[in-house]
Design a protein around this ligand. Sequence first.
Ligand code: KIV
Ligand code: ZN
Length: 514
Amino acid sequence: MTLKLTKDRLIIFDTTLRDGEQSPGAAMNREDKLRIARQLERLRVDVIEAGFPAASQGDFEAVKSVAEAVRESIVCGLARANENDVRRAGEAIQPAKQGRIHTFIATSPIHMEKKLRMTPDQVVDAAVAAVKLARQYTDDVEFSAEDAVRSDFDFLCRVFDAVIQAGAKTLNVPDTVGYSIPELWGERMRRLIETVPNADQVIWSTHCHNDLGLAVANSLSAVLAGARQVECTINGLGERAGNASLEEVVMAVRTRPDVFDCETRIETREIVPTSKLVSQITGYPVQPNKAIVGANAFAHESGIHQDGVLKHRETYEIMRAEEVGWATNRLTLGKLSGRNAFKTRLAELNIDMPNEETLNAAFARFKALADKKREIFDEDLTALFTDEAPAQETWRLVSSMFHSETGEAPMAKLTLWVEGQEIQAEATGSGPVDATFKAIEKVANSQTDLLLYSVNAITTGTDAQGEVTVRLSRDGRIVNGLGADTDIVVASAKAYLNALNKLCSHGERLNPQL
Ligand code: KIV
Ligand code: ZN
């Protein structure tokens, strides 16, 4: 056996802004995507899949803006294997310093027959035509065989052979339905690389869904078999049970250099800040025991463990919390901080202030918070922007009064701003939050179902801000609303109104996997 002195690069392809956005209610607007994309660039991901330009004009604009803003990562747009999608993706990535088109078509019998209603020959022709057209926009073309996990192996080889000849540079093998298990997935990758002609001329990639909780394990097995790109998302967001989680893949490869003969270029100290930002923007809280980015991921509870860690950290820790960006809450600003300090810190946190008016409004919110909360942390600053109204604001909370007393029905009295008009609403409920939502509904009559209500403390301490997520659904459309405040009932009202605003302002999106 020869000793390899240089390790291969493992390309990290982040699809939080595309597959991650397909999590129910996680639809992001242009500004949300830009903020996350800038943070992904700081994290040093190799490829940012910014969206699906043919899905809507909004997503087209979002991908284009990301392509304009990002310089250090490749910016990628997704396209089904048809002319319109590929052209839209090509136009959207046009401003990118490094742009990629990712085109895909399903190759499994069930998808070809039941969904596409195409013959295998037609699928090969469409794949080849899409790749050739994409090459007219960029040299960097990726092709995915959707539902590769349930595709006939020989047919997969035929499709991959054809798209390599057509000019694809990256071949992605997706487990679209999260059906594989690590041993089989690694084996499939190994056989593909051994069988497809000119396999060494392309990068082999894997894209695994988490329906059986095996997305990360399957992805790593593919890496051991020769894949050199992993498609993944922050916090494992994504369609249904999600995708392979970026932080877990990256830290597994980094923590076990004895196993993996490759390395990523990820700036691991940006992992936790990225996770928090994505959680705040999408309204998907991170479970406390989530590997790497969960609040308890580095907390030792049992006395034996605590004793061991105090004596020698490595008795119970395989990674350092600081290495992935956990730091004790950083005190950044306080009541006496001025506008310049505020502006500078926002810039350091990658929060853009498009104009003086927005900055002044944000500064006023910061001062109001600093009056209620003595110490302001980075998380508090980020939260100032989580319940920001969309461009078209319909609902806003002007003021509130709550009454809760033993033996009495809790009551909420609200003044709401509704399209320029102030309206009073009052209701009782089983608790103050229930009363608040009922009061809002007296005015809104939104005909929505409340799917989820959750509260998280943003920092530690009883004066911490509570961050509330409200998930509403109406006619099959799902939105997440966010609200933050030191008073969790106020945060709840803000989150509910934020969700209503989103319902009023977002257009429908196409799901590329339909
Ligand atoms: O899961 C999947 O197959 C996808 C493709 C579009 C790559 O997301
Ligand atoms: Zn997917």
